[in-house]
Write a protein that binds this ligand. Sequence first.
Ligand SMILES: *[C@@H]1O[C@H](CO)[C@@H](O)[C@H](O)[C@H]1NC(C)=O
Ligand SMILES: *[C@@H]1O[C@H](CO)[C@@H](O)[C@H](O)[C@H]1NC(C)=O
Ligand SMILES: *[C@@H]1O[C@H](CO)[C@@H](O)[C@H](O)[C@H]1NC(C)=O
Ligand SMILES: *[C@@H]1O[C@H](CO)[C@@H](O)[C@H](O)[C@H]1NC(C)=O
Ligand SMILES: *[C@@H]1O[C@H](CO)[C@@H](O)[C@H](O)[C@H]1NC(C)=O
Ligand SMILES: *[C@@H]1O[C@H](CO)[C@@H](O)[C@H](O)[C@H]1NC(C)=O
Ligand SMILES: *[C@@H]1O[C@H](CO)[C@@H](O)[C@H](O)[C@H]1NC(C)=O
Ligand SMILES: *[C@@H]1O[C@H](CO)[C@@H](O)[C@H](O)[C@H]1NC(C)=O
Length: 616
Amino acid sequence: MSRLASFLALASCLSFVSSTTVAEIQGPAWQSPLAGQTVNNVTGVVTAKSSSGFYIAGEKSDDVRVSSGLLVYSTSSSVLSKVAVGDAISLSGRVSEFRSSSQPNYLFLTELTLPSNIMILSSNNTVTPVVLGKDRFPPTREFSALDVGAEGFLSAPNNSSRIEAANATLQPDKYGMDFWESLEGQLVTIPKATSLAFPNSYGEFWVHGDWPVTGKNKRGGLTITFGPDGIPDGNPEAILVGAPLDGTKNPMVVLGTGLGDITGVVTFLFGFYYVLPLTAPVVTSIPSSDIPATTLTSDLNDVCTITFGDYNVENLMPTSSHLPTIASHIVNYLRTPDILFIQEIQDNSGATSDGTVSANVTLATLVVSIAQLSNVVYNFTEIDPVDGQDGGQPGGNIRTAYLYRPEKLKLVPGSPVGGSLDNTEVKGFLGRPKLSHNPGRVDPNNTAWDASRKPLAAAWQNKFGVQFFTVNVHLSSKGGSSSVQGDARPPVNSPIEARTNQVSTVATFVKSLLFKDPLAKIIVSGDFNEYIQTRSVYKPLTSILTDIDEAAKVPEVERYSYVYDQNSQQLDHALISWGLRLRKVEFEHVHVNTWSPSLAARVSDHDPSVGRIRIC
Ligand SMILES: *[C@@H]1O[C@H](CO)[C@@H](O)[C@H](O)[C@H]1NC(C)=O
Ligand SMILES: *[C@@H]1O[C@H](CO)[C@@H](O)[C@H](O)[C@H]1NC(C)=O
Ligand SMILES: *[C@@H]1O[C@H](CO)[C@@H](O)[C@H](O)[C@H]1NC(C)=O
Ligand SMILES: *[C@@H]1O[C@H](CO)[C@@H](O)[C@H](O)[C@H]1NC(C)=O
Ligand SMILES: *[C@@H]1O[C@H](CO)[C@@H](O)[C@H](O)[C@H]1NC(C)=O
Ligand SMILES: *[C@@H]1O[C@H](CO)[C@@H](O)[C@H](O)[C@H]1NC(C)=O
Ligand SMILES: *[C@@H]1O[C@H](CO)[C@@H](O)[C@H](O)[C@H]1NC(C)=O
Ligand SMILES: *[C@@H]1O[C@H](CO)[C@@H](O)[C@H](O)[C@H]1NC(C)=O
């Protein structure tokens, strides 16, 4: 050892020279071991700049839990103008764990604040990004070790622990959030990205890159599925692409848009992990604009075979600009099924709180619009809610309704139409159940249905008097749920208690039908606002009915009717009784909205579906 080198070694031991590495700041856990401390002589190469700071890459760490990237936070133009991308610098600052005090469910971001003593050591250095799918692989099944329970991230109780309070050491080989956290502040490349959804209102969008994924559907999205261990898989391998750091604009994307490589820095913002690209990603392929119509067509001469459609038409009122498109979807894509389960029919005055509850004009307008395109003249039936009691857009009084083709089906006669607060009971003889009201609402006074749509039950018959029963449901929406990548684990699934109770009241009704006739033909269909993977919610129904996707053997990854965050997911379901499952069952999801060529062209946030069953 030369004299100079030994002097420096000695000096550093004696802390004449104090230096801290980026890796030491990041550490192997969620929060920095140095949080709150002032650190000096931190060295790194500037990888990216934004209006609120710059990112540096320190020496690479051998520990995969430890990020070698760091955000240096500053909005001062004199600080920002000092450094350029490619500069090797040293600086001092204060290690801080930041999250907005108004967003307690966000994760902390490790930052170096109050940067000072910035020294440029050299310029024009290059930093090699971590290539995801080559150097590192995102876990594909679970978000967090804290998502305990048989249903993983969908388990109840939700919010039973918090990531930052636990502050465990990261397990980036196992859990998606740990993986992204272990790259916080680092420069990465997402090779050959695929968009997983429409962009949000800020032009940000979810992608996966050229790495192993689970749940891949034919369109290019990632569907929520069950893992091989039976634990729901919410696709933690996906990442949000934020606004480009150079001020360019992200391209328009849809589900399945192909993009080139995206290089940027990993960060946590607005409740999610992001890659902030250095510049706007480039579109390399656009999915086909051809959306297949259902193959399950109605045959008026085949009285034993019934086609049914299900469609949440998103706040439909008589003057809705999307009404003609909904009608054309029903005609051209659903091919005018014999019966339609519709959700979100608003009253005749739409979202105006004027005491109107009747929706006969809304429904008649839809029927006329369908007739103009097809010569099919549907009849409709529904029950008005009590004004303002069923949730949804204020004043809209959304409800479920049926459209049906009177030449094929009619409501079983002999029971009055139920009123808003009448409970539909199962009467009749053994082997021949009869509804007290037809149609009628199911248990409308049950508190489970407070501020929610009451289910609409009906009994139908074909021209030979063969009967079947339907329940059209629209459960409480997921509003108020927390980010899948938030602090609360498992994430808050709101209001899961309400949906569980709602399913339970529907199951009680279905049981009373099956008690009278174990082979009763029953379809429960609609917008459940819940994934089938949240088994605890569905249990009362799945113990007596079968998910039609299962019965019809729809491939698991193709079961989706909605795209939210990174996931193709199924909120809309049909469940059928044994009396129907005995016979041939077919089912198809029709992706008129999730495959829309643009967000603006979409007319509902839900896709419809079509089933074909035999009642005799
Ligand atoms: C940083 O390191 C240099 C030598 O590399 C030393 O001269 C200086 O005192 C150190 N600065 C601080 C603030 O410790
Ligand atoms: C988080 O964990 C790290 C590593 O174990 C530890 O050094 C740090 O002090 C912890 N921070 C908090 C706030 O518990
Ligand atoms: C950095 O590279 C650019 C061109 O790539 C050159 O113009 C500039 O002089 C270089 N700066 C330094 C400090 O080497
Ligand atoms: C879910 O979390 C919310 C917020 O902490 C809580 O109010 C609710 O009771 C939880 N529900 C369940 C079923 O755990
Ligand atoms: C989770 O529960 C904690 C403690 O009860 C609460 O402070 C927090 O707001 C909850 N988080 C969410 C997202 O509801
Ligand atoms: C709607 O119902 C009202 C009241 O029963 C009736 O006067 C009106 O003609 C109906 N409109 C349509 C389009 O059916
Ligand atoms: C159509 O619906 C109306 C009102 O519910 C009803 O009076 C009529 O009988 C229905 N027509 C057929 C053919 O079912
Ligand atoms: C529901 O409650 C209302 C009063 O709020 C009552 O008039 C009605 O009879 C109740 N319905 C049933 C089925 O109990």
